[in-house]
Design a protein around this ligand. Structure first.
Ligand code: GLN
Length: 247
């Protein structure tokens, strides 16, 4: 599984959020600590961030190379600050293309999305994605198709309900060998963070000036909270709400 992280709160640099932590996403790109599927996250990385006052849509930087090889990212990451950031490092699922357009975060309008997991990228998923009016995915990667479905859902539902809708619609799909879908989504519109747990790890930490939500803790402090499986997390700058997706 890939690893992802989002921050909502007082402005921080991209470097503080993704590079400088003891077990930062940079470090997780070669040494993740809680990854259940795969060993390294060397198939690409991406960062999306908001610049309120400049424009409503987020900026996004993504590459189909290991994070540790991109000296240009580390050169500007310490000079860009934002109060809402979503970043990911990728371990491509077998059969999925390794290309920039398959790399999270995906974006549409004000939304950013990352996916830890795997959904059978044929049959039912493709049929759903081909519905009239559904946005065209950026890539044939499963995560890009999931993102396109979320854009459609979020155009008619509040964001937390849209995320739950996509997870519950796809959550029962299985690979031909019976392997169930894994659908840990992390989504933001710049004002709230919405995340699902569906067969992978997720933790969050409330800090004095904001909240961080991540596939795994980026340090060994004890104030991280692990989110149970099959839950929806919704966070704004005031509070975090957890609710079961299946009851
Ligand atoms: N299936 C997605 C991809 O191929 C996500 C992979 C993952 O979570 N490791 O990019």
């Amino acid at each position: 599984m890939c690893r992802h992280l989002a921050w909502l709160g007082a402005p921080r640099t991209l470097a503080a959020l993704t590079l400088d932590r003891p077990s930062s996403l940079l470090r997780q790109s070669w040494a993740p600590r809680r990854m259940r599927h795969g060993t390294v996250n060397a198939d690409g990385f991406g960062v999306g961030w908001y610049a309120p006052g400049l424009r409503p849509e987020p900026a996004r930087y993504r590459r189909a190379v290991p994070m540790w090889t991109d000296a240009s990212y580390s050169s500007f990451a310490g000079a860009v600050t934002s109060g809402c950031v979503l970043a990911a490092v990728r371990s491509a699922t077998v059969g999925m293309p390794v290309e920039e357009t398959a790399t999270a975060p995906f974006t549409e309008g004000r939304l950013l999305l990352s996916h830890n997991g795997r959904v059978p990228a044929d049959g039912a998923l493709r049929e759903l994605a081909a519905r009239p009016g559904a946005p065209v995915p950026d890539s044939r990667c499963d995560s890009a198709i999931v993102a396109a479905l979320l854009w459609e859902s979020a155009s008619r539902l509040p964001l937390p309900r849209a995320v739950a809708d996509v997870v519950l619609t796809l959550g029962g799909l299985r690979e031909p060998d019976g392997t169930p879908s894994r659908l840990n989504l992390l989504v933001t519109d710049g004002t709230q963070l919405v995340a699902s747990t569906w067969r992978d790890t997720l933790s969050y930490r409330e800090e004095v000036d904001g909240i961080v939500v991540a596939s795994e803790p980026d340090d060994d402090e004890s104030d991280w909270v692990d989110v149970p499986d099959q839950y929806l997390l919704v966070a704004d700058t005031d509070k975090v709400t957890l609710s079961s997706l299946i009851s």
